[in-house]
Design a protein around this ligand. Sequence first.
Ligand SMILES: *Cc1c(COP(=O)(O)O)cnc(C)c1O
Length: 230
Amino acid sequence: MTIKENLDCVTKKIREAEARSGRAEGSVKLLAVSKFHPKEAVLEAMEAGQKSFGENRVQEAVEKFEQIDGAELHIIGSLQRNKVKNAVKVASVIESVDRIELLEEIEKQCAKIEKAIRVFFELHTGEESKAGFESAEKIREALALFASGAFPHIVPSGFMTMAPFSDDKELVRRSFITLREVSQALKKEYPQFPLNELSMGMSGDFEIAIEEGSTEVRIGTAIFGERHYE
Ligand SMILES: *Cc1c(COP(=O)(O)O)cnc(C)c1O
């Protein structure tokens, strides 16, 4: 299967899941996760019409995307403070914000280059993954800082989670429900922010995520094939 065929196949499944769950057609966006795949794979996907990509590691993202025009890049992997400077240069969204200290650094680096960036709050909802804010309460604290004007160069735009890697579909579903419920509660408390995105669902679980309200699925393997970690 070519990358184009895979993209067509994934897109068809997304549209079917939207229809099945009474969601509007096109309400779920596809982020193609190109980590560990070469620049040529990204170009092939772009040739097939894909514009939005996700990368875990900043250095890899910079090397790949610096010379690619017209792609929209999201950082989706846990981010160290010293990588923020380069991250805000290449990315339009940082989905893996998991602590207030990181927001402080993002604000500082964006102010320097006079750029506004969108972020999602990552919530830890699955036992196995360690990533993300520990609780909704911690995200609420971050939003209170936004409300007091602490981060003028950052637009809080949504939420992200990774479900546990499990065959237990109900366990996976519960992760997605948790993120949706947290997002609904926080949107109500902070209506001034465009907290519209729910980034949830990967190759193995995106259809469940769409049923539970995902607005963006992050898909790597089903588009680019298996990753070979060196
Ligand atoms: C790698 C990764 C993905 C894509 O995973 P696949 O199972 O290959 O679709 C999605 N989200 C995050 C945060 C990732 O690290």
